[in-house]
Each structure stands twice: as C-alpha cells, then as structure tokens.
Design a protein around this ligand. Structure first.
Ligand SMILES: O=C(O)CCC(=O)C(=O)O
Length: 304
C-alpha cells in the first residue's frame, strides 16, 4: 500500500473527523467524469437515473448509484490511489458500501442540512468513511461541503422530530454548532474530502453561476455491518462490494446505543427526508427507487 495521505493528514482526520486532499486524481480523469455525468443526465429515462431539483424539474440534484451506471465511476471508486488513502483511515479490508453523485446546478442547487451519515446507516462499528470527490472546483460561493471539526467525537446526535427520523439535527445550536467553528471544505476539481460517519456536515444552496458536482463513494471496514436492515440497507447491501483485502468472518462491534432511522414515510433521498417532502399522501415518491413496502404502522426506515 502506498501512503497517499501524509501522517499529518491522517492525524488531522483522526482529530477533526475530516481532511481535504488534493492531487489524488488528475484533471483529465475528472474532465472525463464530468462528461459521463452529462451523458447520464441526457438519458431518455432520466427519472430512473436521477432525482430532480424541486425548483426546476429539468435539473437533477442526485444521480443514483453512479458506480453501477458507468464503468468510469466504478473505476474511480476502486482506484488504487483512493483505496490506499481509505486503507490508511479504516484498515486493509474495505467494502464499497454504496455510491451517489450530488449535483448542485447553478442558482438552484439544494441545501443539505446539518447531519451525520451514521444516523442514516448505523453500523456495528464506526470505521466507515465517505469520500467526496469534487468534479468542479468547490468554493463557498458554489456551496462546497461545510463541516464542524471534532463533532465526530460526540457520538450520534438526535436526528428526529416528533418521534420520526428527519435526517438532520433538530437544533444545530443545541448540538454545539457555532458558525465561527464551521470549516468550508473548499477544493479544486479532483480534490477529495474524507469524512468520518459521525462528523456533522452540511452544504448551502448554490447561489452562484457555477455547477458544483461531487461523486461520493462510501466505504466501510469489512467487519462493520449495518445494524438495521431497513430500506437503505436493503437497497445498498446487495451491491456492497469487497474492493480490497479479505471478507470478514466476524463482526466488530462498538458499545453504544444507536437510534434506528425510522421515518414517518418512505423516502428516496436525504433531500426528501430533510425537506419533509416524503410525508404527503402516503404514496411512494415518483422515482420508484424502492421495491419494499412500508411496515404495517406506516413507518419505514431511511435511505440516503
Ligand atoms: O452534496 C453535498 O454538499 C453534501 C452531501 C452529503 O452530505 C450527503 O449526500 O450525505
């Protein structure tokens, strides 16, 4: 394994719950990735590929499972340089848990509210890492990722309202979210933000004239398994893939009590549950992303 991250980047990640790293991917590869995004978004069957922006249905905000849709994204998610870095953070046996691609089109790109990824998919241990690979230069202006350093050290916070999972922390100030401590993870196209699953993070609406696209393959140590086999796990587990090292014959568990992401109604994405747009007439949302049914009480668990 090559050491892609310096020791100070690894230490920074352990201390702060994130790090931003440039130079893993070259410009030519990222240019090709953007061209693939354009191709996917011109698909005749766009509804099965992407989720639309509510403000402008002609624009997409999310491409589902890009690694299953195009071999370039599969190759990036299994790129040895990226896996070398992931190995430095979560160890040698690595499972690609799932992937997604968030698009923030100019002027309409949706808000992502403050949340911890682990709230959506609690696992037996916290050796998971999401890698956000910017496909465009990301700055505060076009809504780069924002993080609260060290917040991964405070356990899992409440992501519920009125007894239901809502995919965001109920009151950011109550959980110590002080705007002056927030860090904007700015980076050039091709840079990667590594985030711990308990790190609080968010991003704003894109009010600029520029696109902000980010490809997000997420990984876990092979001995971490989902605690709750709800819709999110049901969707992702069949395609979860060992991408390095060995499958584990045992599960490692960290002590703790973890809330299960049980929402008021089925939803397809983090955006929908945070906006509350999944709670309506009780019907499934239009992308038909899930094939399961709600449980008899009408409450189902979350995807992301
Ligand atoms: O796209 C972003 O800015 C944030 C993405 C994110 O937090 C997520 O999809 O979990």
């Amino acid at each position: 394994m090559a050491k892609i991250l310096t020791q100070s980047q690894v230490d920074f990640y352990r201390e702060n719950g994130f790090c931003v790293v440039d130079g893993i991917f070259d410009t030519e590869l990222i240019d090709r990735a953007r061209a693939v995004v354009d191709g996917l978004l011109s698909s005749a069957d766009l509804a099965s590929v992407a989720e639309a922006e509510p403000e402008d249905g002609t624009k997409a905000r999310r491409i589902w499972a890009p690694t299953s849709r195009d071999e370039l994204f599969a190759a990036i998610a299994e790129d040895p340089r990226l896996l070398d870095a992931v190995e430095q953070l979560i160890g040698p046996d690595i499972v690609l848990q799932y992937s997604k691609l968030n698009v923030k089109p100019p002027r309409v790109g949706s808000v992502v509210e403050w949340h911890q990824d682990f709230a959506f998919y609690p696992h037996t241990n916290t050796d998971l890492v999401a890698t956000l690979i910017y496909l465009d230069e990301a700055t505060r202006e076009n809504a780069c990722l924002r993080v609260l350093p060290c917040s991964h050290r405070n356990g899992l916070l409440d992501h519920e309202s009125e007894g239901h999972f809502v995919g965001k922390v109920s009151s950011p100030a109550d959980v110590g979210l002080d705007e002056s401590a927030v860090v904007d993870c700015e980076g050039s196209a091709g840079s990667v933000v590594f985030i711990h699953p308990l790190l609080l993070h968010s991003s704003e609406k894109n009010l600029s004239e520029l696109y902000r696209r980010v490809f997000i393959p997420s990984y876990r140590a092979a001995d971490a398994l989902p605690i709750y086999y709800g819709p999110h796990a049901a969707h992702n587990e069949p395609t979860a893939k060992l991408v390095r090292g060995r499958a584990s014959r045992s599960v490692r568990s960290e002590a703790g009590q973890w809330r299960l992401p049980i929402a008021a109604a089925e939803f397809n994405s983090l955006y929908q549950v945070q906006e509350g747009s999944h709670v309506g007439d009780g019907t499934k949302s239009s992308t038909g992303y899930f094939s399961h049914e709600a449980d008899p009480k009408g409450a189902v668990a979350a995807s992301m």
